[in-house]
Design a protein around this ligand. Structure first.
Ligand code: CO
Length: 151
């Protein structure tokens, strides 16, 4: 395995910059497949359950979410549906070590994205999985969970 990426921590400016979509034809290239592998490795080394590319210095729309079946890559993810029902839960972030806070998010969401093989996928998520998707997708728009902490 190659070395893990360094995880960028708050208040780095790049965490606040919006990320660009990945062109579908780039997904299969060794450069991007390598990026996905090293992102997964980096998240696992840091014992995280999610990671977004801007956290490793790439302002591109790529996230990892730890699913029941293991860590999965989602490219250009979009939330296409969200429940009106919300729930608050304690969140943290690898880019904000030692910081925790209560964040309210939709209980259920549907997302569409491309997977690491370039195929379009639609995922319905609830509970902790739904939280992870919303947290990671926020990173792609320069939004951090501390922006949403309930006071
Ligand atoms: Co985060």
């Amino acid at each position: 395995m190659p070395e893990a990426f360094q995880i960028i921590t708050y208040p780095a400016k790049s965490l606040r910059e919006p990320s660009k979509e990945v062109a579908a034809e780039k997904i299969g290239t060794p450069e991007y497949q390598g990026l996905f592998d090293v992102m997964i490795y980096t998240m696992q080394q840091a014992q995280g359950v999610g990671l977004a590319a801007p956290q490793v210095g790439r302002n591109e729309r790529v996230i990892i979410v730890e699913m029941k079946s293991g860590p999965k890559i989602f490219i250009n993810p979009k939330i296409i549906q969200r429940s009106d029902a919300t729930a608050a839960s304690e969140e943290g972030c690898l880019s904000l070590p030692g910081v925790w806070g209560l964040v309210e998010r939709a209980k259920k969401i549907s997302i569409e994205a491309l997977n690491r093989y370039g195929r379009r996928v639609e995922i319905r998520a609830k509970g902790f999985e739904a939280i992870k998707f919303q947290h990671e997708i926020d990173h792609l728009d320069g939004i951090l969970f501390i922006d949403k902490i309930k006071h």
